[in-house]
Design a protein around this ligand. Sequence first.
Ligand code: DX5
Ligand code: ZN
Length: 228
Amino acid sequence: MYGGGMEIFMREIIIAPSILAADIANLGRDVKLSEEAGAKYLHIDIMDGHFVPNISYGPDVVKALRPLSNQVFDVHLMISDPLFYAERFAKAGADIITVHCETVSDYKDTADALHALGVKAGISVKPKTPASEIIDAVKYYDLILVMTVEPGFGGQSYIEEMNEKIALLREAIDKTGKDIDLEVDGGIGPKNIHMPLKAGANVIVAGSAVFKAEKPAQVIAEMKETKI
Ligand code: DX5
Ligand code: ZN
């Protein structure tokens, strides 16, 4: 058994490249590349043009990518009515479906509904939503996603004020005694990954830092090997 502090250093760093920043005309190639480079999760951003002011893609894209990769498909629903669409994403091959707390009326019912689809349940908080909003609901979920930029677009800057929120949610997760992922999303790359890691995150989403790099595989490897 390790003490609280020690566990932080023993935690495996999981990289979840966000295909929002990939070459959309070569999506399959980029997904395969990310798996070969050791990214255990693949982060798939779904935007409806309503919850966020941008539109990405739907379940058919998830379905098309599914046979190309054994990665954990981490589907981030930035949409206003996530439970209406969740089944389609589950059938398309999602392993984790994350919904935004700002769209949810009952945290337990929502987690139960996602679990009934045979997927892991995730809950996400926008930067301006405090940790206190979901702290009592953490126990129902398999993944907690802290947005470190305003959702909607890749390529923004990491909001450092989120470090404290990450730490609060890490504390809440540890209190449950359950193996719950703490994921961070937005503006993260090799230069600042130490911040969310130190605060207690274990799943790191990276879009631009990976796919806009000259050598994406090298960036993934570098991030995975970060020492804190
Ligand atoms: C933003 C998305 C992110 C985004 C991250 O709404 O949820 O997943 O793609 O991209 P970077 O890493 O470029 O900030
Ligand atoms: Zn995302």
